[in-house]
Design a protein around this ligand. Sequence first.
Ligand SMILES: CC(C)(COP(=O)(O)OP(=O)(O)OC[C@H]1O[C@@H](n2cnc3c(N)ncnc32)[C@H](O)[C@@H]1OP(=O)(O)O)[C@@H](O)C(=O)NCCC(=O)NCCS
Length: 190
Amino acid sequence: MPKLLAKQHWDLREFTVNLPRHKGLMPTRPRSSRQASAPAAAPSARLRLATIADLDALVALENASFGGDQLSHRRLQHWITATNSVLLVAVASATLLGSALVLTRADSPAARLYSIAISKSARGQGLGSKLLRKAESLARAKGSTSMRLEVATSNTVAISLYQKLGYTVFGRKRAYYDDGQDALRMQKPL
Ligand SMILES: CC(C)(COP(=O)(O)OP(=O)(O)OC[C@H]1O[C@@H](n2cnc3c(N)ncnc32)[C@H](O)[C@@H]1OP(=O)(O)O)[C@@H](O)C(=O)NCCC(=O)NCCS
């Protein structure tokens, strides 16, 4: 059983993410064809734990990123303060560019990536990868030995992100989403 650490024991230091302009891996699609409008903000985004002051921006990001199954204001407020969650945000120039929510359970060594989203204008610049890697390291610090997640079968961009970071498919949940889509279950050892 993983030993859960109190929230104040986690590494709460903010840090700057220096995103490489060119990464060694072959992109799934040429970057020129991707959606991001490449704001200068994304490369210098800081990752930190979310606070109550981020709530409105988190709700707006959720609503802009997902057509259904969004996290409500109330649920986000809960996860910011809960002891069994890690809610990370990426911020640049006081603008919230992304978030990742990981849930842990005292009776399970597997953490769960519950949500990850990057603002449309900041996508395709490596921020999702950085956020997920940091979420993984914080889950590991809390005692989790693996990360699990669900992703819609049609969400090829997210599936590509997860595969790139080492996640593999281990199952499927039928009609898991509001729109009736199946979810792939993916996992990665931490
Ligand atoms: C999925 C998401 C978080 C990715 O964030 P991101 O910051 O754009 O991702 P990155 O720039 O770190 O890209 C990581 C990998 O994802 C894949 N990817 C990213 N954008 C892509 C695109 N437009 N087309 C195809 N693959 C893409 C690639 O494998 C990429 O690796 P590469 O750059 O080496 O080719 C973002 O697209 C998003 O917020 N989507 C809406 C919300 C969502 O679907 N969340 C996941 C729910 S399960």
